[in-house]
Design a protein around this ligand. Sequence first.
Ligand SMILES: NC(=O)c1ccc[n+]([C@@H]2O[C@H](COP(=O)([O-])OP(=O)(O)OC[C@H]3O[C@@H](n4cnc5c(N)ncnc54)[C@H](OP(=O)(O)O)[C@@H]3O)[C@@H](O)[C@H]2O)c1
Length: 113
Amino acid sequence: MSAGFSKALSYATAPQSPKLVLAARDSPRFEAVAEIWEGLAVTTLVMPTDVGDPRACAEAVQSAFAKFSTIDVLVNNAGMLMWATVEDVQDVSRFQHLMNVHAKGSVYCTKLP
Ligand SMILES: NC(=O)c1ccc[n+]([C@@H]2O[C@H](COP(=O)([O-])OP(=O)(O)OC[C@H]3O[C@@H](n4cnc5c(N)ncnc54)[C@H](OP(=O)(O)O)[C@@H]3O)[C@@H](O)[C@H]2O)c1
């Protein structure tokens, strides 16, 4: 997470003094979020992760267990919007990418390793 709902949700957990694993693709963006948390003395683990990649998901989950021993809450909220009609889309691989991130990404992070 580095933006949108999941970023807002992470801030909403502040009263519980969470230990956070931040996983997304755009490292500079989520490192900026991690800096805010570190400033509040919250322990964070930043994991560059594309949730459409099962190996990356497994690595993120394994790293989370290695650092924190447990995962109490997993937020599967990575995703993107696509503003186009089916007729307008020429490259069907866009749909494959969406399914990889939205559907498979949630399964990979939940079931792996
Ligand atoms: N906003 C709405 O009104 C709304 C309404 C209904 C449903 N949704 C859905 O809810 C989800 C989140 O929406 P949002 O508004 O919070 O979106 P957002 O502000 O664009 O944030 C999306 C987050 O997902 C991450 N992400 C995207 N692709 C990823 C990938 N392959 N691997 C890992 N992380 C990835 C992004 O980070 P990186 O780009 O750095 O990876 C970013 O942190 C989306 O699926 C969206 O379609 C949103």
